[in-house]
Design a protein around this ligand. Structure first.
Ligand SMILES: [Zn+2]
Length: 250
């Protein structure tokens, strides 16, 4: 990659009232005459072209896809603006089973500490108003709620699936890129952050992992099984993917 970046130059094209700026990477070894355009996760527009492509050709290729690029970059900007780092103070919003609750931090000297629902609030009672103490209390609470709610739902779903004899053993582990997994021995791992997702998304993840008890890979038979028990799983998966960034922002 570095080698190619050395040949990079800046370019721009107009799109309505906007200017799309891009980084053009000349790739000496590139065989294809196709000009490839990507938008990276930070919203940078990268254009890969062979040495032989002219600047006019590159500009035309970017202009031809300007609408797509603009839409993509805009949605990344919105997402970045939306997912702010948490501060763990009263008034912040929290997700639980797909609903938003307000966080209320209160202090106590000798009283009971912990986290509880109170009206439309999630109240965290701590000894000292300290963000890392509030964060730790919430992490413990989410994990406990995940264990209780997800285990109960797993039991319920297991009972409705013929190939599942009894609910499989499950452990809870925070993961960056996965909601769940199933070991070859049939042991499930679930991400406790899943407790923040709507129930239909939770069911989708649980069902996906339970299907792996019968079909270990993602072959045709696996998807046939999933389709049979959740015909609209793709829609639910998209919903979960769209929420991922919010759900993983502890
Ligand atoms: Zn899978």
């Amino acid at each position: 990659m570095k080698r190619f970046e050395a040949h990079a130059s800046q370019g721009s094209v107009r799109y309505g009232d906007e200017v799309i700026r891009y980084l053009l990477r000349r790739q000496p070894g590139r065989k294809s005459s196709r000009i490839a355009i990507h938008v990276d996760p930070d919203g940078r527009v990268l254009v890969d072209a062979s040495e032989s492509a002219s600047d006019v050709q590159v500009g035309a290729a970017v202009r031809a896809r300007a609408r797509w690029i603009h839409g993509h970059v805009t949605s990344i900007r919105l997402r970045v603006a939306h997912v702010l780092p948490r501060e763990y103070v009263s008034g912040e919003s929290l997700l639980y089973l797909g609903r938003r609750y307000r966080l209320k931090v209160t202090t106590t000297i000798g009283g009971a500490k912990g986290v509880r629902f109170r009206g439309g609030y999630v109240e965290v009672v701590v000894q000292k108003r300290n963000p890392s103490v509030v964060q730790a209390a919430l992490t413990d609470w989410y994990r406990a709620r995940a264990k209780a709610v997800l285990s109960a739902q797993l039991e319920k779903l297991s009972a409705s699936l013929r190939w599942v004899g009894s609910p499989p053993p499950v452990r809870f582990q925070t993961m960056k890129v996965q909601w769940g997994s199933c070991s070859p021995a049939g042991r499930l791992t679930l991400n406790p952050h899943l407790i923040k997702a709507p129930r239909e998304c939770i069911d989708y993840v649980l069902l996906h992992e339970l299907c792996h008890l019968k079909e270990h890979n993602h072959g045709k038979k696996f998807y046939r099984l999933l389709d049979m028990h959740m015909p609209r799983w793709q829609k639910t998966k998209t919903r979960l993917d769209d929420l991922a960034e919010d759900l993983l922002n502890i």
